[in-house]
Design a protein around this ligand. Structure first.
Ligand code: FAD
Length: 523
């Protein structure tokens, strides 16, 4: 393994990698790069950016220097314990958590039955396009609901801070590669897929599951859960079916409010948890590139659209302000799932080539901020803001928008920069949408950031509302085996259960939940 190889970004390419390895080894013509392990962009010197690489190389008399990029070597499949193949566990929801739970169950010889309230990815994409065109939301088929889950129309960022070194993150990346992701994601510092690649992968995962004997029931919402003697017995669906099972993986994401109400009514143990709420902020991609890369590199062809990550903590009031879910070269999308409220988010394509870059800019909201002390009060808190955003936008899915300088009270009637949001914007005052504490925190953060990154706090920035679905306001309680505290056989997993945030962490949660169960009960 050869680590810490530095190549100037201008020179980066297959030949330069090989040359650097030859130089490091002090030889020789017969060198071959077998695998790239990591590639990190080093921007510490604004006059000279480098890629820092770690590679595995091989030298032998037979080795041929082909000058190609290192090939991806598929890791050996671990030997998994096969179990009672007649059992058919149910998986509710076919987002990242549901997909990875189903794949892992299949690896162990169990054939999952998946119930998904939305449609196939192909039909869902048509519904999302129709929504933009006709402004009529399908509450069962949209950016939150349907095959592939909330992550399908996303930037497809695949890094997981919490699980970075666990080995599970690598397994998730390997699985994505197996189903069609570019091998580079295995070594890129901050891998991402883009919505175009993600949708293809979702289709490939579906076909694999069906081929291996899994079942997928589309347009089948779980409308009831059969629980008897503290044990799950199965689920009822909107198609009038009752599906029996003694293992149910609950992977319904954080937006299925009707399902949370159902589970609460059934007495499934849960508790409220904090969320983060705020705005989407959008800049021209060039501005962000200039801010991050500096004047020498901001249009360099070897560097993609730049990312950023900003945070500010107000210690006095114990709240954080963060940028989150950044979409460089992306677009702002309408991620609403019910007709009474407007929710924004961001996505991008693999090329990240849009002329805009956006990010969520959110403030920590505590359980005490919610209107009530019951478990579901967090949903009402989110809903209240989403309803105000819809109203402030004029009610036809335009996004209420405010120039950052007007928001800061520094210039009246600032112009509206162009935006990537396809459903249009409406001039609005963020004070009509958010509680004061959120606005105060945003103001404080902008004052700090204008000193650190002046280009960020400029007239070119547009604020749009509302960014409310960053995480689940509820946690479904479970034990160390990932089993509900009070319903045996029920496994709440992924973002909706309140344990994860993002595609990779939700996938990891699902793999671990299946593994723990199999290890505990079937070996
Ligand atoms: P979901 O993906 O929400 O999947 C839940 C599934 O359950 C849905 O398909 C839903 O239809 C189904 N369902 C719900 N209720 C029922 C029911 N009663 N019966 C049957 N089915 C049901 N994360 C990242 O890591 N990187 C990103 O770049 C990124 N960008 C994003 C961009 C957008 C626009 C959005 C909306 C989210 C983005 N996220 C991103 C977040 C990421 O998508 C989620 O963290 C992830 O999808 C959560 O996975 P999950 O499987 O737990 O839930």
């Amino acid at each position: 393994m050869i680590s810490n190889v530095k190549i100037p970004v201008e020179e980066y390419g297959p030949e330069a990698c090989l040359e650097a390895v030859r130089h490091r080894l002090g030889c020789c013509d017969n060198v071959r790069i077998v695998r790239m392990l990591s590639r990190i962009l080093d921007m510490r010197d604004p006059e000279q950016f480098y890629y820092t690489l770690t590679m595995v190389a091989e030298t032998s008399d037979d080795a041929v220097c082909k000058g190609c990029f290192p090939v991806y070597v598929e890791p050996p499949v671990p030997d998994r314990k096969k179990v009672d193949a007649d059992r058919k566990p149910i998986v509710v929801g076919f987002g990242p958590a549901g997909m990875f739970a189903a794949l892992e169950l299949l690896e162990h010889g169990l054939k999952p039955v998946i119930v998904e309230r939305g449609k196939t990815i192909e039909e869902r994409t048509l519904d999302v396009e129709r929504f933009i065109r006709e402004r009529r939301l399908n509450p069962e088929s949209n950016i939150q609901f349907g095959e592939g889950g909330a992550g399908s129309y996303s930037d497809g960022k695949l890094f997981s801070r919490r699980n970075r070194n666990s080995g599970y993150a690598g397994r998730v990346l390997d699985t994505f590669i197996r189903f069609g992701a570019p091998p580079e994601i295995a070594y890129m510092g901050k891998p991402h897929l883009g919505t175009d690649v993600l949708c293809r992968i979702v289709r490939n995962i579906r076909n694999h599951i069906l081929q291996k004997g899994g079942e997928i029931h589309y347009s089948s919402k779980m409308t009831d859960m059969v629980i008897s003697g503290g044990r799950v017995q199965g689920v009822c669906t909107s198609k009038g079916e009752t599906l029996e099972a003694d293992m149910v993986y609950l992977a319904m994401g954080h937006s299925a409010r009707d399902t949370f109400f159902l589970l609460h009514e059934k007495g499934v143990a849960m508790e409220p948890r904090p969320v983060r709420v705020g705005v989407r902020i959008e800049h021209p991609a060039d501005t962000v590139n200039l801010m991050r890369y500096g004047s020498k590199y901001y249009r360099h062809k070897n560097l993609g659209a730049a990312t950023y990550s900003l945070n500010h903590t107000d210690r006095a009031i114990k709240r954080g302000v963060y940028t989150f879910c950044m979409c460089p070269g992306g677009e702002v999308v309408n991620a609403s799932s019910h007709p009474g409220g407007l929710v924004l988010n961001g996505m991008s394509y693999a090329a990240r080539s849009s002329v805009f870059s956006n990010a969520a800019l959110v403030v920590t909201c505590h359980v005490e901020d919610y209107p009530g002390k019951d478990c579901l009060a967090g949903f009402r808190f989110q809903e209240g803001i989403e309803a105000k955003a819809l109203k402030a936008g004029g009610g036809a899915w335009r996004a209420p928008a405010q120039n950052l300088m007007t928001f800061l009270g520094e210039k009246r009637g600032c112009f509206f920069p162009e935006t990537s949001y396809k459903m249009g914007i409406q001039a609005a005052d963020m004070h009509d949408i958010f509680p004061d504490f959120i606005l105060d925190c945003l103001h404080a953060a902008f004052q700090k950031w204008r000193r650190e990154v002046p280009l960020f706090v400029s007239e070119e920035a547009l604020l749009m509302a509302a960014e409310t679905r960053t995480s689940s306001p509820v946690r479904i309680l479970r034990n160390e085996e990932y089993e509900s505290l009070n319903v045996k056989g029920l496994f709440p997993i992924g973002e909706g259960a309140g344990y994860t945030g993002g595609i990779t962490s939700s996938a990891i949660d699902a793999i671990k939940a299946v593994e723990r169960r199999i290890a505990a009960h079937f070996v």
